[in-house]
Unconditional design. Structure first.
Length: 190
């Protein structure tokens, strides 16, 4: 896999509040380790690093700005992002400051998406970014989500939802990749 030298890693909503049992059962226990590996690789290569924080408008949410869960998970503290985007909707491209404008000012066209949750903010960020013309690489094994009950009362597991997201995105809005593939591309030949 090729990855341009200016490819940006967009780390979506990796916040302490997602460790709260309030959300229910989740998938991919290796997600945080994979995100940490991506952050280390990008920071070590000097590539752009973007953190996105969800500031929920719901006072009961663990992601509300008044909640300790609004903070980033501690492993992100090891590196300062080049850009911090805050949002109260799903897409990182609808936050402040404008992620799209920042990427265009830099001439960056390739965006690597990782974070929480797979089928909400990460998928929406990938879809919007793809629609805006960015080359999106979606690191499915560096995302996680939670079981969700549909309007018919049937519960889909987090793993089923993640598989559906990968299927929905790949070849349409993004290229679905793995943490290992991205890290190899960032670090270059051994």
């Amino acid at each position: 896999m090729n990855l341009p030298d200016d490819a940006a890693l967009v780390v979506v909503d990796v916040q302490a509040g997602f460790d709260d049992p309030w959300w229910g059962p989740r998938d991919n226990p290796g997600c945080d380790a994979n995100i940490a590996s991506l952050v280390e690789a990008f920071a070590g290569s000097g590539r752009p690093l973007v953190y996105v924080r969800h500031d929920s408008t719901n006072p009961a949410s663990p992601l509300h700005p008044s909640s300790p869960g609004n903070a980033f998970k501690p492993y992100l503290d090891a590196h300062e992002p080049d850009l911090l985007v805050t949002k109260s909707v799903n897409s990182a491209f609808h936050g402040s400051p404008s992620l799209d404008a920042w990427l265009r000012e830099r001439g960056t066209t390739t965006v690597v998406v990782a974070g929480i949750t797979t089928n909400h903010c990460c998928e929406t960020t990938a879809r919007v970014g793809g629609n805006l013309g960015h080359d999106i690489r979606f690191v499915l094994d560096a995302t996680h989500t939670f079981d969700r009950t549909g309007p018919d009362g049937t519960t889909m597991t987090a793993a089923e939802l993640a598989r559906a997201t990968g299927t929905n995105l790949h070849g349409e809005f993004a290229t679905v990749v793995t943490t290992a593939e991205v890290c190899r591309a960032v670090r270059g030949p051994a």
